[in-house]
Design a protein around this ligand. Structure first.
Ligand SMILES: C[S@@+](CC[C@H](N)C(=O)[O-])C[C@H]1O[C@@H](n2cnc3c(N)ncnc32)[C@H](O)[C@@H]1O
Length: 180
């Protein structure tokens, strides 16, 4: 489908400090040992426990799904009668039980592809922790994150059933301590 970006850092790889910190991270280790691709899987699990946003049989769209942690959890929650579609700029390795697309959510062709996947029907739930390629300038990153969240909201309003759910995580405003 559309654009694929290379998310490698300008130095060509992860810093030693980043690597050591991540190796020590207990959530990351636990996620890995349980077969989840990212520690973010636990974030969605906690949201699910608290709000029950995904129900068995739901049609779910995961916007910004790479490497697939949220998609894996969505598949567990929607069950075999449900359908989970993930989309990302980056190629996501196949997730069992889900359909993963490569595409830019800001492109109409990507929305068309998603609509085809649900045969012109509707979604029950849209989940997203889409995030831009960070520049390190907080205001810029926050503005792009806000724009992406608006896109997720647009997609949700177009494709959700009435009363369907949207769960979005974006960069907090500077000064806020928790993600919005
Ligand atoms: C924090 S990661 C998602 C992690 C994922 N939810 C998981 O649990 O594995 C944010 C993702 O948003 C994707 N992204 C950023 N802009 C996008 C766009 N315009 N369309 C689709 N995906 C985008 C990035 O490629 C990145 O993989």
């Amino acid at each position: 489908m559309v654009r694929i970006l290379n998310y490698k850092s300008s130095s060509g790889g992860m810093s030693k400090r980043w690597y050591q910190e991540n190796k020590r991270d207990p959530w990351r280790r636990d996620a890995k040992s349980k077969g989840y691709r990212a520690r973010s899987a636990y974030k969605l699990k906690q949201i699910q426990e608290k709000f029950g946003i995904i129900r068995k049989g739901d049609y779910v769209l995961d916007i910004g799904c790479h490497p697939g942690g949220w998609t894996q959890v969505a598949v567990e929650e929607a069950g075999e009668s449900g359908k989970v579609i993930g989309v990302d700029l980056l190629v996501t390795s196949p997730v069992e039980g889900a359909t993963v697309l490569v595409g830019d959510i800001t492109n109409d062709s990507t929305i068309g592809e998603i609509a085809r996947e649900i045969s012109g029907g509707a979604l029950n739930c849209v989940i997203s922790d889409i995030s831009p390629r960070l520049t390190g300038r907080y205001d810029t990153d926050q503005a792009i994150s806000l724009e992406l969240s608006t896109m997720a909201l647009d997609v949700a309003s177009d494709l959700l059933v009435p009363g369907g759910g949207l769960c979005y995580e974006g960069l907090p405003r500077s000064g806020d301590r928790r993600p919005c």
